[in-house]
Design a protein around this ligand. Sequence first.
Ligand code: DCS
Length: 287
Amino acid sequence: MYPIVWSKGKYLHKDSLMFPLEERGLQFGDGVYEVIRVYRGDMYLLDEHIDRLYRSLESIRITLNFTPEEVKGALKNIVERNKVDEDAFIYLQVTRGSAARDHLFPENVEPNIYAYVKRKKRPIELLEKGVKAITLKDERWDNCYIKSLNLLPNVLAKQLAADRGAFEAILHRDNVVTEGSSSNIFLVKDDVIYTHPESKYILSGCVRSRVIHFANELGINVREEPFHVSDIEKADEMFLTSSTSEIMAIVQVNDMTIGEGKPGEITRRLQKEYEKDAAIVQEEVSR
Ligand code: DCS
């Protein structure tokens, strides 16, 4: 982790940032967060992430005492002050604040906010080869559009996937694929891309929206329509998207091979668009 972090208007050394035991994020998961990708020191899709942060905050009735511009400025400052010039991500978290433990909202308590930057290389090998996924019942609550700190079902799903040698768990409600444990899921059939529509059952991914934009630019048909677990066996291609995984082909689901077992044509075209859009320098990509 880079040493300079930002919290509540102050720039501090990471080891000097302290929160009391009675903190709403720690005790109730009463807060929201964002993970923002940084490529060679440039934040990618920053406005989209900050817009979503404020939507999440509004939906759980937290009023942040910083404007979106102030938060963006603070993030730019930690990138600059830490002289971040390589691939990294920013973790940004807001909670309802520090107060004696009580389920009710505390009065006159200001939210806790902090952000740090951490080095993270692109997952080049996985991007080139694709990953395996499993299907799993979506056991989360009904408000998955909120980027809430309550990630227990997501953590358990991701771990179960890893236990079975897979990278991601594809979640489904009544056999309708919603999203991954930490990604959005897409299926390609007959040159049409399908993904779950924006609704309260998925997190509206910043990369998801960008992929839909890329597909439109490339003249590839996108249908934001639900698809079923049973459609997976007929898929030509599948991929997942997230700020840390970018656009990653899913080449196996449970025991089924998807397409030819390697990233398909449409997935690769979208990956190229992503690299252009994020101004990823070419020598980093050995493809
Ligand atoms: N769905 C869920 C449940 C997620 O947790 C994420 C990202 C996404 C979709 C994709 O959203 P973005 O395209 O905006 O990243 N999860 C972040 C996380 O917790 N770690 O890395 C990314």
